[in-house]
Design a protein around this ligand. Structure first.
Ligand code: ADP
Length: 497
């Protein structure tokens, strides 16, 4: 199975599954219930392995371990420098094991192995080094308050953090959360996505080899309504960070509020506009609009999923976007030169095909693709729609698949209004050679990231997060750190009264 231009050369990285149990207090253990669930290969739908299925009781055990490691254990009591050294040693170990880790990620998720090994795992390593660098540079302020008091602030960890991650970038999002949580001195209970439990277990073992004390980082595989909900509503979890769909984000926020009012960072869905102005470099814009949408099988919260193109370059753009999609190399992610693998699972696969049908039925023009590729696994042809109207479902909902929707616009004011007419506000791309146009759009767009003449630049230091229903709080960079520490004001009289 592959498109015509695929190079039929397999890559055979070393691959083995060492861990399928839960990781609690530094030990791999079965679920209290003894239950397991299968994790599947998206290339075929076949079972890769049976994985321990954690639920509320396992979350309790993991939170108790994390509590002890925070209250009594060495973690927050270590010097920040010692914590930083462990994180750096982990980054080195991870780098050494890039091949095995990337292979697990590809097997469980279906993303091209070359993408995992050459881009994602290096970004995970970089993120841990970045936050290791912060660990011993976190400090408060002295505050020039009115009156005769010396006032200072201490930046302290929350305690036990609950981290819930999705399946589209299992290890990358692990690093966005575990990195800053640990750098600030918190302990962690991580709930991985049920579709992709394997890589987090593998690398968390490496973290312990790097010297992480038991109980500091606990990993519970399992399902959302059981394990995820138990973590979100746990009375002894002090901070929650969630990445996933907006619908689930609302549930998680509700559970946090109803239990102990733990603060919550949310990174949710999007329907990001990619705006190509009349003076854009069209070739470049086509290329970047293509990768902004199709990267990671279209399974990105910030996918540029509404491609707005100015009427003066629209026809040329559509022609070239179609040609680009037809050239996209789809196939077994363990082969060389593959740009697109299968979708994550049958549920997403069916959902995407339904959106494609809805696009056709609502009158958008199908320029390319539109169907399953092959007959096995969850491959979908790179699909491009033109003549998309704002009120069509494909222009409104997050499809989370390889479906590009191209919309035409006439002037800036109109495109600003249409780009903002969504409940989401994660990111936007702006393509123009005119600095004034770039400035106008940048300030008018209600989104957490604006990429100008580029897209998907994910440096460790750049903050990321959403306006509106795309989330709350920021991850990565110095802004990401502040999600994992709270401020204590300390007031002392200058003179004893
Ligand atoms: P997606 O549509 O990307 O699968 P979800 O938001 O459903 O997104 O899943 C993201 C993460 O949230 C996963 O780890 C999933 O298990 C978890 N999750 C799903 N439902 C709940 C819930 N009710 N409470 C807590 N976590 C949940």
């Amino acid at each position: 199975l592959s498109t015509s231009s695929a190079i039929d050369e397999p890559i055979s990285p070393s691959i083995q599954i060492d861990h399928t149990q839960l990781l609690i207090n530094g030990q791999f253990v079965d679920a209290a219930s003894g239950k397991t669930f299968p994790t599947l290969d998206p290339r075929t739908g076949d079972v890769i392995a049976q994985v321990a299925e954690g639920d509320a009781e396992d979350v309790n055990r993991a939170v108790a371990a994390a509590r002890k490691a925070f209250d009594e254990g060495p973690w927050p009591k270590m010097t920040a420098y010692e914590r930083s050294r462990i994180m750096l040693r982990f980054a080195d170990l991870l780098e050494k094991h890039t091949e095995e880790v990337a292979a697990l990620e590809t097997w469980d998720n279906g993303k091209p192995y070359e993408q995992a090994a050459n881009t994602e795992i290096p970004k995970v390593v970089r993120m841990f080094r970045y936050y290791a660098g912060w660990a011993d540079k976190i400090h408060g302020l002295t505050v020039p308050a009115d009156g005769q008091h010396h006032v200072q602030t201490l930046h302290e960890p929350y305690g036990v953090t609950g981290l819930i991650i999705p399946w589209n970038f299992p290890l990358l999002l692990y690093s966005w959360k575990v990195g800053p949580a640990l750098a600030c001195g918190n302990t962690v209970v991580l709930k991985t996505a049920e579709q992709t439990p394997l890589s987090a277990l593998y690398v968390s073992k490496l973290f312990h080899e790097a010297g992480l004390p038991p109980g500091v980082l606990n990993v519970v595989s399992g399902f959302g309504p059981t394990a995820g909900a138990a973590l979100s509503s746990h009375m002894d979890v002090n901070k929650l960070s969630f990445t996933g769909s907006t619908a689930t984000g609302k549930i998680v926020l509700g559970l946090a509020a109803k239990s102990n009012l733990k603060p919550v960072t949310l990174e949710l869905g999007g329907k990001s506009p990619f705006i190509v102005c009349k003076d854009a470099d069209v070739e470049k814009a086509v290329e970047l609009a293509h990768s902004a949408l199709f990267f990671n099988q279209g399974q990105c919260c910030c996918a540029g999923s509404r491609t707005f193109v100015h009427e003066s370059v629209y026809d040329e753009f559509v022609e070239k976007a179609k040609a680009q999609a037809l050239k996209r190399v789809v196939g077994d992610p363990f082969k060389k030169g593959i740009q697109q693998g299968p979708q994550i699972d049958n549920e997403q696969f069916r959902k995407i095909l339904k959106y494609i049908r809805s696009g056709i039925e609502s009158g958008a023009t199908l320029e390319s693709g539109g169907e399953q590729l092959g007959s096995k696994g969850y491959y979908i042809q790179p699909t491009v729609f033109s003549n998309v109207q704002d009120d069509m479902l494909i222009a409104k909902d997050e499809i989370f698949g390889p479906v590009q929707s191209i919309l035409k616009f006439k002037d800036l004011e109109e495109v600003i209004q249409r780009a903002n007419a969504t409940s989401y506000g994660l990111a936007a791309g702006v393509f123009t050679q005119n600095i004034e146009t770039a400035n106008i759009l940048t300030r008018a767009l209600r989104v957490g990231t604006v990429w100008i003449n580029c897209y998907d630049i994910f440096d460790a230091a750049i903050p990321f997060g959403g306006f509106k229903m795309s989330g709350q709080g920021r991850e990565k960079g110095i802004y990401g750190l502040s999600s994992y520490m709270q401020v204590k004001a300390v007031v002392t009289p200058l003179k004893n009264p």
